[in-house]
Design a protein around this ligand. Structure first.
Ligand code: AP5
Ligand code: MG
Length: 213
């Protein structure tokens, strides 16, 4: 099963994608996580990506598309995957579509996690992320067992550099300009499903499972 998560920054794509990956036994592929791992490891890709990410801008398609296509070509993606944060522009969606068509494959579901802008800024300032394993928490809604420490791998939790309120507002603008058109793109392909992302995260997940089957 091949699934795309759509939604504004902070809508809960990552949270839901991890739960989907666990339930259906498919990898969770997040371009944001791949970039953050590269930044942490000081790679050239990481250095380039950070310049854009810290401003709330999209990393250029030339850098993004290749790493994503390489990732989904790996063995563990044979039976499907859940993409979180990709595609984010119409050109990215078109490249993915072409690559899949060549393999005789297609996206089965594009799940749009719908959360109004007003809710987003509040959520982001409470988010804490583990840069080692990609786990995310929220200081109010999903606190770690021990403050500031990842439940999964024991690493330190941080407020992402791009979660500052002014950067979040920029990310929202970029989302509306460049990513929201994908809703029409996947509606036209007949695979778009929208869930109400303002519900409790377990209810959001139940709504998604009802769609995926
Ligand atoms: P990326 O890492 O993809 O960030 P994003 O889209 O901005 O999304 P987030 O990870 O911030 O939010 P999310 O929807 O995953 O929400 P989460 O589950 O954490 O990308 C970062 C940057 O990398 C981009 O800005 C761009 O520069 C670059 N990039 C990445 N991919 C790219 C691409 N394809 N092309 C170009 N550039 C790219 O939840 C948010 C918070 O809310 C958490 O604290 C969570 O615990 C909490 N929460 C989740 N669900 C609920 C709920 N139901 N109720 C209450 N709280 C909840
Ligand atoms: Mg995320």
């Amino acid at each position: 099963m091949k699934i795309i998560m759509l939604g504004a920054p902070g809508a809960g794509k990552g949270t839901q994608a991890k739960m989907i990956a666990d339930k259906y036994g498919i990898p969770h592929v997040s371009t944001g996580d791949i970039f953050r791992a590269n930044i942490k490891n000081g790679t050239e890709l990481g250095k380039q990506a950070k310049e854009y990410m810290d401003k709330g801008l999209l990393v250029p398609d030339e850098l993004t598309v290749k790493i994503l296509l390489d990732r989904v070509a790996q063995d563990d993606c044979k039976n499907g995957y859940v993409l979180d944060g990709f595609p984010r522009t119409i050109p990215q969606a078109e490249v993915l579509d072409e690559a899949l068509t060549k393999l005789g494959e297609k996206i089965d579901f594009a799940v749009n996690v719908d959360v109004p802008d007003e809710n987003i800024v509040k959520r982001m300032s409470g988010r804490r992320a583990c840069l080692k394993c990609g786990a995310t928490y929220h200081i109010e809604h999903i606190p770690p067992k021990q403050e500031g420490i990842c439940d999964t791998c024991g690493s330190e939790l941080v407020l992402r550099d791009d979660d500052k309120p002014e950067t979040v507002l920029n990310r929202l603008k970029v989302y509306h300009d460049q990513t929201q058109p994908l809703i029409d793109f996947y509606t036209a392909k007949g695979v778009l499903k929208t869930v109400d992302g303002t519900q409790d995260m377990k209810d959001v997940f139940n709504a998604i499972v009802a769609i995926l089957g």
